[in-house]
Design a protein around this ligand. Structure first.
Ligand SMILES: O=C(O)CCC(=O)C(=O)O
Ligand SMILES: [Fe+2]
Length: 389
């Protein structure tokens, strides 16, 4: 199997996705306009594929020697600062994890769905397609739910983060990842400052902190998870190659400009993904497949680690490492994980942003950030940049 094939195990081919994408009459007309705009760009800027192939993007850590790296990760000898991830370790017992899983599923039916952090337009859009679940109702709920906060505050977690983040730690977002019977995996992606669908990056680290180490994700398995039940996959050290994030953000901010670098078929596919598809993962797949076409050896120097875990274990990673998950292949199994996004009070979160955007089946929709707070989980806040509890 080639490296590309190993990464793509379990994911449907994009060609099949494009064949089944059924645009209505209005969307088809809109697409014709977009294609002709893309052709105009091509004429105006004479962009060509070679320019994209020259895209050399290394992250700060990859450019610096390990001595300098140590200065902004506090240490350079841990697996976390070298490979950008920490292998699974036990936080709570299997029994405690399963009890929490039941409790959170219950809360989704009641409190989370009544008092979520979106608005009714976003909830209705997701619900109308049967998509409303704990991944959405549970977003940011550590702000209100002590059971979530207590788990994410556990010293066994923050002790592991301290060599990179230091003694002062905050959580800027918490979220759940559930997978039910026969669902597809989460496609490969990477992000340092979490622009996602926002107009600006959500995190603004000071210059002495490398973006890729300015935030760490802790992913706690609340059920057992293996290859058949949607375990996480990661490419250690891939945080040093930023191409995926850069290309994703370039396309998101000006899809037609980048489409003008491509042949007509690829330009059409780009438009399908970035204008007519819900969610971010089909966009991520387009970007990764384009990277494989542009750089046949993309990621090959690395290996893929499948993170099979027991309920109650946690794994830590820089979200700049390429990561993904397998789909759920058993129709009667359920997989639930809780992710905490940790950073330090020195990092500005949602600076000058009163609202944010979320990808729904009806396109990106805006929601207010009035109730969003950071949570101090260790040490103190000497900076007072963020609204923190
Ligand atoms: O649980 C998953 O499938 C994806 C998790 C993920 O991408 C993340 O925690 O950043
Ligand atoms: Fe992720």
């Amino acid at each position: 199997m080639t490296f590309r094939e190993k990464m793509l195990v379990g994911f449907q081919k994009l060609d099949i996705y494009f064949e089944t994408l059924d645009l209505d009459k209005g969307q088809k007309a809109q697409k014709d306009d977009l294609m002709s705009e893309s052709a105009d760009y091509k004429k105006r800027f004479k962009s060509n594929l070679k320019d994209l192939q020259d895209l050399v993007v290394k992250t700060e850590a990859a450019r610096k020697d390990s001595r300098v790296l140590a200065a902004f990760t506090n240490s350079n000898d841990s697996q976390l600062s070298q490979a950008g991830y920490r292998s699974p370790f036990k936080v709570i017992s299997e029994g405690q994890a399963l009890e929490l899983k039941d409790s959170f599923c219950q809360l989704h039916e009641t409190k989370f769905s009544d008092q979520h952090f979106f608005n009714s337009a976003i909830k209705d859009s997701l619900a109308s397609k049967g998509l409303w679940n704990i991944n959405f109702s549970g977003l940011f709920q550590a702000i209100r739910e002590p059971q979530i906060l207590n788990l994410l505050k556990d010293r066994r977690i923050t002790n592991e983060l301290a060599p990179v983040l230091g003694e002062d730690q905050i959580i800027w977002r918490s979220q759940f990842f559930e997978k039910r019977g026969l669902s597809t995996g989460t496609f490969w992606h990477q992000t340092s400052t979490f622009q996602e669908n926002s107009k600006k990056p959500k995190l603004l680290p000071p210059s002495h902190l490398a973006d890729e180490f300015a935030q760490l994700t802790v992913w706690v398995a609340l059920t057992d998870t293996d290859k058949a039940t949607g375990c996480l996959r990661i490419i250690p050290e891939s945080f040093k190659d930023q191409k995926m994030e850069v290309l994703f953000n370039l396309i998101s901010s000006n899809p037609l400009y980048i489409s003008s670098f491509l042949n007509e078929e690829d330009a059409s596919n780009l438009i399908d993904c970035f204008y007519f598809s819900a969610g971010n993962f089909i966009k991520a797949q387009f970007v990764v497949e384009l990277l494989f076409d542009l750089f046949p050896n993309y990621m090959e120097a690395n290996e893929i680690v499948d993170l099979e875990m027991k309920a109650g274990e946690a794994v830590i990673f820089s979200s700049m490492n390429m990561h993904a998950s397998y789909g759920m292949q058993q129709h009667d199994s359920y997989r639930l994980a809780l992710a905490g996004r940790y950073t330090t009070p020195e990092v500005k979160v949602y600076q000058n942003q009163d609202s944010d955007y979320f990808a729904t089946p009806d396109g990106n929709m805006e929601f207010g950030l009035e109730e969003i707070r950071c949570l101090q989980v260790r040490g103190t806040d000497k900076f007072q940049f963020n609204r923190t509890i």
